[in-house]
Every structure is written in C-alpha cells, then in structure tokens.
Design a protein around this ligand. Sequence first.
Ligand code: 5GP
Ligand code: ZN
Length: 115
Amino acid sequence: MPSDCLFCRIVNREIPASIVYEDDRVLAFNDIDPQAPTHVLIVPKRHVASLNDLQPGDDAMVGELVRRAAAIAGERGIAAGGYRTVFNTNRGAGQTVFHIHLHLLGGRSMHWPPG
Ligand code: 5GP
Ligand code: ZN
C-alpha cells in the first residue's frame, strides 16, 4: 500500500474525510471539491492505480464499486432522476489521484458529452 497515495491515507484514516459508507473492501466519501449536490468517491481499500492495472481477479471488486454507487444513489433519492458514474483513467482523462475511484455525481442535470 503506497504510503504516498492520498486515498490509501484516507482509507487508513491518516487523512480525514467525510465518509458515507464503509465495509471490509470498500470506502465511500464525499469529494472535497464537489461538482454536483451529490459527489461521492467510491474506492477499493486495496490500492490499484487505475483501470489499466485491473486483473481478472478484480472483477468482483469493480462490481462492488459500481453496485455501491447505485445503492448510494438510491439512498440519496437520485436514482430515478438519474446520476452519473465516472472512472477517469490517466492524465488525459483528468485522473489526478492514482488510486481507482468511481465518481458518483447527481442532484443536478448532467450534460453530454462531458468536457
Ligand atoms: P480524479 O480527478 O482523479 O478523477 O478525481 C480525484 C478527486 O479527488 C477530485 O474530484 C478531487 O476533488 C478529489 N480529492 C482530491 N483530494 C481530496 C481529498 O483530500 N479529500 C477528498 N475527499 N477528495 C479529494
Ligand atoms: Zn492507494
């Protein structure tokens, strides 16, 4: 687990975060710079840098991230109206933290295509 990884440090409680969900494998917390009324980051507790580093054995973990996003959307009452889930991968797509995280954005209308 890289000691310089921001999200590993949040997982390890070395840096505070507004946590909205936790289990043995997954942590979800509010984005520090929210881009929508709901902006939650869902991360695996185990460090994986990006989607490019996923292995076949990670399929269940990825499924858990996605299903947790849907569950949080349901709890927030934004599931029926619609929400967006995003994995940014590498710098050209805007990835700034190299520990996989699924953005859950909702509570406002979304435009397509994204910028
Ligand atoms: P990326 O740009 O890598 O897809 O997303 C990284 C996200 O992490 C950004 O939306 C950014 O606002 C958020 N972020 C950066 N530093 C922190 C932090 O210290 N705490 C929290 N909760 N979010 C952070
Ligand atoms: Zn990490």
